[in-house]
Write a new protein. Structure first.
Length: 96
């Protein structure tokens, strides 16, 4: 794996169960794809104050879109539907 570790902010309503599933899914998939990534879980209401440190925000619940970093809102990690497409989207953003 080359390059520096990139921070992905993972948000859900409470920063407990849902964001844990998403964070683990992102970390495992990006490791398989050779991308160094670190996730930080947070509540949706904390996103605005934490986004400036991240390269990407992945959320299961609506958050402001004008954060200065890309935002992906998805339930794919919970439903499994469209998960590969979302992972491809995350990889593309992290490689750019």
């Amino acid at each position: 794996m080359v390059g520096k570790t990139k921070l992905v902010l993972v948000a859900c309503g409470t920063a407990i169960a849902t964001s844990t599933v998403v964070a683990i899914g992102i970390e495992e998939a990006m490791q398989e794809r050779g991308i160094k990534v670190m996730t930080q879980q947070c509540k949706a209401m904390e996103v605005q104050s934490l986004a400036q440190n991240a390269v990407l925000v992945v959320t299961t619940t609506p958050v402001p879109k004008d954060l200065g970093v890309p935002v992906i809102q998805t339930l794919a990690f919970l439903t499994g539907i469209g998960k590969e497409e979302v992972l491809d989207q995350i990889e593309k953003i992290l490689r750019s």
